[in-house]
Design a protein around this ligand. Structure first.
Ligand code: GLP
Length: 259
């Protein structure tokens, strides 16, 4: 795992955008795995700004797979993850709606198997953007999730529903059920790029990066992946014991290596 402590959320956004663009330039038919939530929003805004400025690559051949989706929201609800990603990124990059895939919340019994099959048929995710929950959840894999789980129905913890209440009128409006890629699904992506900012994420980041591999901290599953990168602002990195070493490693990397 490569841990990259950076000076600000803006630096994270720029580096994440560089990484997405480099992939799409090298592989115009790339499969992007996208997260919703607040963490990747500055990176998405940066990608859109570059695209509008005409400096970004063409996204015409790109396909997108979402990490997760709420169950029970009316079709087209603005907080559905499908609507969110269209609004925050894919519409502005010119990625057609039929190239954006997510688990189908209208058919929860078959959605998991159908989504796994669609991921396989697409050849798998090349680059998976990730956030992390304050309780260490990854996508919507709450603590206790199997480290080799597949896409399936999950029940949110009360903490996650409270955390996500800021996107709804009240906590009662946050769905209890979700569909999420499993931790085993996420591990199949070629490159994992996790973004965490703010003190609220510091404990989860420390547990995921420096704690034991455990289902109690689902994000610790990154320790099993051969190519995982963690981009942190100073607040999110504040509880890491080896932050100085991670900084030194990053600063002394050869240029050709990239992330
Ligand atoms: C949400 C999402 C995750 C996200 C995480 C952190 O509930 N399902 O994909 O990474 O929790 O969210 P945020 O980035 O808003 O802190």
């Amino acid at each position: 795992m490569e841990v990259v402590p950076l000076a600000s959320a803006d630096e994270i956004a720029a580096l994440a955008a560089d990484t997405v663009e480099a992939l799409v330039r090298a592989r115009p038919s790339a499969v992007l795995g996208l997260a919703t939530g607040s963490s990747p929003v500055p990176a998405y805004a940066e990608l859109v700004a570059r695209h509008r400025a005409g400096t970004g690559p063409s996204y015409d051949g790109v396909r997108v797979f979402l990490l997760d989706e709420y169950v029970g929201l009316p079709a087209g609800h603005p907080q559905s993850y499908r609507a969110t990603i269209a609004r925050e990124l894919t519409d502005d990059l010119g990625i057609a709606a039929d190239r954006v895939h997510g688990p189908d919340p209208t058919d929860v019994q078959t959605a998991g198997a159908t989504y796994e099959a669609a991921l396989l048929e697409a050849g798998g995710v090349d680059l998976q953007l990730l956030g992390v929950g304050a309780d260490g959840h990854l996508a919507f894999n709450e603590p206790g999730s199997s480290l080799s789980s597949a896409t399936r129905l999950k029940t949110l913890t009360a903490e996650t529903r409270r955390d996500n209440a800021r996107f709804f009128a009240s906590v009662d409006d946050v769905p209890r059920h979700v569909l999420t890629q499993g931790l085993g699904t996420i591990l199949r992506a070629g490159h994992l790029l996790l973004i965490a900012t703010g003190t609220g994420k510091a404990e989860a980041v420390a547990a995921a990066v420096e704690g034991p591999l455990t289902a109690t901290c689902p994000a610790s599953v990154l320790q099993l992946h051969p190519h995982a990168t963690v981009l942190l602002d100073p607040a999110a990195a504040s509880l890491l014991e080896r932050a100085d070493h991670y900084r030194e490693v990053y600063e002394s990397k050869p240029d050709w290596q990239g992330l």
